[in-house]
Structure formats: structure tokens, C-alpha cells
Design a protein around this ligand. Sequence first.
Ligand code: SAM
Ligand code: DTB
Ligand code: SF4
Length: 337
Amino acid sequence: MDTVAPATSLSFNELPVTPADTPRWTVAAIEALFALPFNDLLFRAQQVHRAHFDANAVQLSTLLSIKTGGCAEDCGYCPQAVRYHTGVENQEILSVDEVVAAARAAREHGATRFCMGAAWRGPKQRDLDKVVAMVKAVRGLGMETCATLGMLKPGQAGQLRDAGLDYYNHNIDTAADNYKNVITTREYGDRIDTLEKVREAGLHVCCGGIVGMGETRSARATLIAQLANMAPYPESVPINNLVQVPGTPLHGTAKLDPLEFVRTIACARITMPKAMVRLSAGRQEMGDAIQALCFLAGANSIFYGEKLLTTGNPDVENDQALFARLGLQPMNPAATQ
Ligand code: SAM
Ligand code: DTB
Ligand code: SF4
């Protein structure tokens, strides 16, 4: 791994870039980015952003929970874990027709990608067969497809690829050494195993994490380093701000300073210059001004539609009004390939 000098001593043109255009980042270098004056950090992030993307285009994905609640895992943030009493109503897997109707509506509102999420530790083969049919049907509408189904067994990523899946979302969620504070029913290494299967199958990787879980800034820098040092780094990097749901262990955690969330976005953009950085969960609680700063910091994709999986997200009308106020345009899918 290259050793990167503290960012304060580097100009933008001196940022380390490997031949594969994959910078290798130390935690110390990312901590130095976090420590920059806010304006310097955002300026640098915006420079990186403009070197690779149209700064005024934002990709729109709509999420649908295709199987809700009743999950056996103990992720401390998640309202769908059966062991926490959060009021989320369990729902068995949806039919292909229900999924197609939701995808069609999302397409009509302007979403170009449809992401299907399931509250599973991982899919059983009979579940995967149903998801395969959903992916084929959504692809048939001309939309990009994404699925997030938990851990995959050998062969399952290939079945999804053959069905026409474009992206698989599987977050590392938090830094490896913070993992056991948040989830005990699986290990960080299990996530990496699935990510390797996804990559080997030739699917695009969507992998990010959650902040605002009471972690230190150093843990946030470590999360970003672990994403940025994947070789190659993920094509899509969702940065979620914890949505605190009553009944989950992380409900009541001290809220993250919103400007620290913006800094996290900027660090993701600088360290993963060509990735789509997704401003994910937490937008509803954030307000327009912080979202505007996130776009300035290099976020260029969002979840679009009034619901995430089980919690709220800004209404389509609100997002359309925000885009108009900021002069943002929905991104053409061809620009993300
Ligand atoms: N069960 C599968 C899994 O865990 O991989 C897929 C669905 S799971 C709900 C997808 C992602 O949602 C998690 O990895 C986590 O990053 C995010 N998530 C879940 N609950 C959240 C919350 N309350 N706030 C922010 N992000 C959350
Ligand atoms: C991701 O990183 N965030 C999305 C998506 N990938 C699947 C999920 C956010 C879930 C927020 C809590 C909920 O709505 O249940
Ligand atoms: Fe289950 Fe995924 Fe929620 Fe964890 S994040 S409890 S695996 S649905």
C-alpha cells in the first residue's frame, strides 16, 4: 500500500493515483482529510468530482422492500431484525406482479434504477428463484436493477447476473474493528466473502456503510479506507446516516453533527473518485441545506421515492423541488456505466 502524506501537505494534483486509477489510502491520510478546514475539504472534493462527473447530475434509484421484517440477524441499527420490537410488520416475499407495478411507478417518476431489498441473512434457493424472476421482469421495463439480499452462497451471484442484475448491494456497514459493537450474528469477513463472490460474477458492486452509530471520527476514516482500498473500489458507495428507529439498540445514540456527515461524503468522493457516492438513508431528517452541501461534497446519487425499505424518505415532489432550486438534473443511465 502506498503511504500517503497528510492531506494538508498535498495539492489536488499531487493526490496519489495508481495506474489503475485506484488510490490506496491510509487511515491517517483520510483522518487528515477529515481534519481539513471545511471549505478546503469541500473544494478538494468538488475538484475531484468535476474531474470525473457532471457536477449537476444525480442518479436516481428507487428502493422496494420485497420481503420485510422477521430477520434473524442482530444488526443494531435495523428495524427489521425480529429480536427488536420496532412495530415493523412482517411481510412475506412479494409477487413478481407487485414488484413490476412498483418498478413501473418508479420509472414514471424518473428513477432509472430499481433496487430490491430483502430482510434475509441470505436467500434460500427457492427465494433466489423468485428474485431471478423479479430481476428479469424489471430489466424488461428497461430499468437498471440492483438487489440486496444478504450473504450469497456459491453460484447465487452468477444466477443473479444471468437474470440481468446490474448491481448487488452489500454494505460493510462499519469499520472492521467496530463490527462486533454493531452486529454479532456474522463477521466482517462474511461480508467480504459475499463481496468477492459478487465481484467474481462480474456484477457491479454497491458497498458502503452507516455513520451516526456513535463511532469515532477515526472509525469513520477507517470505514472509508476499507472501502477505498478494495481493489477495485465499489462502483457505488452508499453513505447512510443512521435512521434511529425506536426498539433498535442504537435508538437514542447521540446524533452525528450534520457537517461531519458532509465531511464523510467528501472523504468518500476524494478517495473513490470514479464511484457513484450515494447520499442514502437519513435524507428526510437532514433538511435541504445539508443535502445541498452533500451534493457539493460530491454525492451524486440518491434513493428516490417516499420510502426507503421500512422508513421514510423525502417525497418525490420535495426532491423535484430541491433539484429545481439547486439546478440539478437526473443522471442519464449511460453516464454510470
Ligand atoms: N438483509 C440484507 C443485508 O443486511 O445485507 C439486505 C437489506 S439491509 C436492510 C441493507 C442495508 O440497509 C444495511 O446493510 C444497512 O447499511 C442499511 N440500513 C438498515 N437499517 C438502517 C438504518 N436504520 N439506518 C441506516 N441504514 C440502515
Ligand atoms: C443502503 O445502503 N441503504 C438502503 C439500501 N442500501 C438497501 C437501505 C436503507 C434502509 C434504512 C432503514 C429502512 O428503511 O428500513
Ligand atoms: Fe437483517 Fe439486513 Fe436488517 Fe441486518 S440489516 S437485521 S441482515 S435485514
